[in-house]
Design a protein around this ligand. Structure first.
Ligand SMILES: Nc1ncnc2c1ncn2[C@@H]1O[C@H](COP(=O)(O)OP(=O)(O)OP(=O)(O)O)[C@@H](O)[C@H]1O
Ligand SMILES: [Mg+2]
Length: 295
């Protein structure tokens, strides 16, 4: 990539940037001529000095030349690069570089928000848009999907709606509840607990899911009710009935949670990335109907 033997002085015109004696980091007195007003790519193995040349030398000098033209006050707002180790650079226009992105994009990120273009659009809308009747002026926050005032009431500004269905939470309906037909439910102790609660509530946990009545399936999957019931841990339905008859002391009181409630609550509240990922597998997402065109 580096042309050590270029005749630098021969290229003294505005079509080229001429670098003499670049010594930033590992660069060893590099001379080169770079064509202007065209896309130039530096390639080379890692550590060969591409960044040292492009940013540490060329950009550092271009920014320095730009900053000379602004007020000392504005200059302090810039992250100033150190003066590059180089003998001479000719034909270099002043320049500023912009960050490609601020941090990692999230689910709320769009091309508009990552580039900050949406801030300008919001400002424009707030000045020139049509307001609701009797409203004289609107803050530009009303035009941002990332504020409570501006967000779409259906998808809260995410652009997608997340939901659960019987299909998404029960991928194989030939399984019984005991065989974990409700895949979206937690595993291990919590899973057994919910199964034991269903036994106490009189549900058949040994019948294939698809043979259970629809009303029963819907309640188990979608209800917001959270009944607290006596649990006889590990008992068969028969043994539970027997225990009831004999008024046996239950192992404990268990609280039922529907699969939907578990998935939605965990997705919204967990601080564990892996838990969130696990329940997300049982959700479906689709584009918010409000986002098509108007959002
Ligand atoms: N801030 C720094 N201070 C001291 N040495 C540095 C600094 N930045 C880079 N170097 C050294 O300068 C040499 C060239 O690094 P440079 O980052 O320019 O290479 P590169 O070609 O851009 O590599 P990559 O392909 O990995 O980005 C390397 O030996 C590196 O260790
Ligand atoms: Mg680099």
């Amino acid at each position: 990539m580096l042309n050590h033997n270029s005749n630098v002085s021969a290229a003294k015109d505005t079509r080229f940037v001429c670098v003499r004696g670049a010594r930033e980091h590992n660069l060893k007195n590099v001379n080169l001529i770079i064509p202007r007003d065209t896309l130039v790519v530096f390639t080379g193995v890692s550590g060969s000095g591409k960044t040292s040349l492009a940013f540490g030398t060329l950009y550092a000098e271009a920014e320095r030349r730009y900053l000379e033209s602004v007020s000392p006050y504005a200059r302090r707002l810039f992250h100033q690069m150190p003066v590059p180790k180089v003998d001479e650079i000719e034909g270099l226009p002043p320049a500023v570089a912009l960050q490609q992105q601020r941090g990692l994009p999230t689910t709320r990120s769009t091309v508009g928000s990552v580039t900050t273009l949406s801030n300008l659009l919001r400002m424009l809308y707030s000045r020139t848009g049509d307001y609701p009747p009797h409203v004289k002026f609107m803050d530009s926050e009303y035009f941002s999907p990332n504020t409570p005032m501006g967000a779409c009431p259906v998808c809260h500004g995410l652009g997608r709606i997340y939901d659960v269905t019987e299909r998404s939470m029960v991928p194989d309906d030939s399984l019984t509840i005991r065989e974990r037909a409700v895949a979206a439910w937690p595993t291990a102790w919590q899973g057994q607990n919910l199964r034991d609660i269903l036994v106490s509530l009189g549900h058949d946990v040994d019948k294939p899911w698809r043979e259970l009545p629809k009303a029963e399936r819907d309640w188990i999957l979608f209800t917001d009710e959270q009944p607290v019931v006596p649990v006889y841990a590990g008992f068969t339905p028969e043994e539970v009935r027997e225990a009831h008859r004999r008024r046996m002391e239950p192992s404990y009181q268990g609280t039922f949670t529907s699969a939907k409630r578990h998935v939605m609550h965990t997705f919204a509240n967990t601080e564990s990335a892996s838990m969130k990922k696990r329940v997300a597998r049982y959700m479906i997402s689709r584009i918010c109907p409000n986002a098509m065109g108007s959002g």
